[in-house]
Design a binder for this molecule. Structure first.
Ligand SMILES: [Zn+2]
Length: 403
């Protein structure tokens, strides 16, 4: 299997390198004999240059630029190993030291050659696509979405596409947020297939959002559709939020980012809701200010953080309407700080939001609300059952990496 993959990767590159290598400059006599980049997803890209020169070479540099959304134009400049006559230059981009970009990433590259006369010469700019050729990908496209998959029927891919499209439509109705640029979703057959496609990834990861690349990678078996649809929609919503709000000055509160993704998934799942209910009853909610920074690494606090994030976004939409949250995202896109954006749009800052939301969530889940629905002993049993069972529920769940 691995052999097949490698052969396929090299095959692609031979096609790329079949373009005739012309002289850098006809008058200089410098001849490019070979100029190629060989990707071996997800671990390496090997860059190779071979030149014939009528004069000595004092230096060769490889320059490359990764195509991703960025506020600065970053060109990497690296020194390859240089040897022999004709002169060859080789450089390996080892993803084991940098982490790998997602499948489909396009990299532009060119070489800078310095002659011993001090003159500099540039080769033509070329592109290499860092495709994951490990699997026989198929693709369906609709609107701004391309969904790539290799395991399962066309109906399986169609069902995922429909789930993605209806989540996008719902998100736009409720928040005004929408995809402005194309997104590629790669559906791996399992979490372990996904993890094999990444050199650095936590072994519990079920899905990843590469916001700057417009890519979601996720492992979904056809037998795991309920989880898969929610997880895919969650990551896709992160790309929507990123496209709506990214700016070079400030990031949005973490709870707003995660809350929009949780909201896009649909109703809060009952295990997640029980965390929220328990925290309301025990008066152990996390403050909105704390939820504005990256969430705790402790599992039960993490799950409460996600549940509160969902609830905060629901509160903003239910109580203040879609137009306001749309305006909030627009305000954040200009680089506004957290309190400033809320004050401008809603007239309250994050502490004010915390106060108003506490009233809302206590009405939903507080002791008074719970007593109306259940006698005290039933409430106690519910809280105890959630506390005892939660570690097992959490162990059984795959988690998402939101970058
Ligand atoms: Zn997330």
């Amino acid at each position: 299997m691995i052999k097949t993959v490698l052969t396929a990767g090299i095959g692609l590159l031979l096609v790329l390198s079949a373009v005739p290598a012309g002289p850098v400059n006809a008058q200089t006599g410098l001849q490019v004999l070979d100029n190629r980049a060989v990707p071996e997803y997800p671990s390496y890209i090997i860059f190779r240059l071979e030149i014939d020169s009528p004069f000595g070479i004092s230096d060769i540099r490889l320059n490359y630029r990764v195509n991703r959304d960025s506020f600065v134009n970053i060109v990497c400049d690296v020194k390859p190993d240089i040897a022999g006559t004709p002169v060859t230059a080789n450089w390996i981009w080892d993803m084991n030291t940098t982490g790998n970009p997602p499948p489909g990433t396009v990299i532009d590259y060119w070489w800078q050659i310095t002659g011993d006369n001090g003159n500099k010469y540039l080769t033509e700019e070329r592109q290499v696509v860092f495709d994951d050729l490990t699997h026989p990908w198929q693709v369906i496209e609709q609107g701004n979405l391309a969904l790539h998959w290799y395991n399962g029927s066309e109906a399986f891919a169609g069902e995922l596409m429909n789930a993605a499209q209806s989540a996008l439509a719902q998100l736009e109705r409720d928040t005004g947020a929408r995809l402005a640029r194309p997104v590629d979703i790669y559906i791996y057959a399992s979490s372990s297939d996904l993890q094999r496609a990444m050199v650095y990834v936590q072994d519990w990861a079920g899905g990843l959002a590469f916001t700057g690349y417009g890519v979601v990678s996720i492992g979904i078996a056809p037998t795991d559709m309920a989880w898969g649809k929610r997880a895919m929609v969650h990551e896709l919503a992160h790309l929507v939020t990123y496209q709506m709000t990214s700016n070079p000055y400030n990031s949005i509160p973490v709870w707003l980012n995660e809350g929009l993704s949780m909201y896009a998934e649909g109703e809060l799942e009952s295990y997640s809701e029980s965390f929220l209910r328990e925290a309301v009853i025990n008066d152990s909610l996390i403050s909105v200010q704390s939820l504005s920074s990256p969430f705790s690494a402790y599992a039960d606090e993490t799950y409460l953080s996600y549940a509160q994030s969902y609830s905060l976004v629901s509160f903003l939409i239910d109580e203040h309407g879609p137009d306001k949250i749309s305006e909030l995202l627009e305000t954040f896109s200009t680089g506004a700080n957290h309190d400033g954006a809320f004050l401008q749009v809603y007239g309250f800052d994050m502490d004010g939001l915390d106060e108003d939301w506490q009233v809302y969530v206590n009405n939903l889940y507080g002791v008074a609300a719970a007593r109306q629905m259940n006698p005290d002993w039933l409430l106690l049993i519910t809280v105890l059952a959630v506390s005892v069972l939660m570690p097992f529920i959490l162990l059984a769940r795959k988690r998402l990496v939101c970058r």
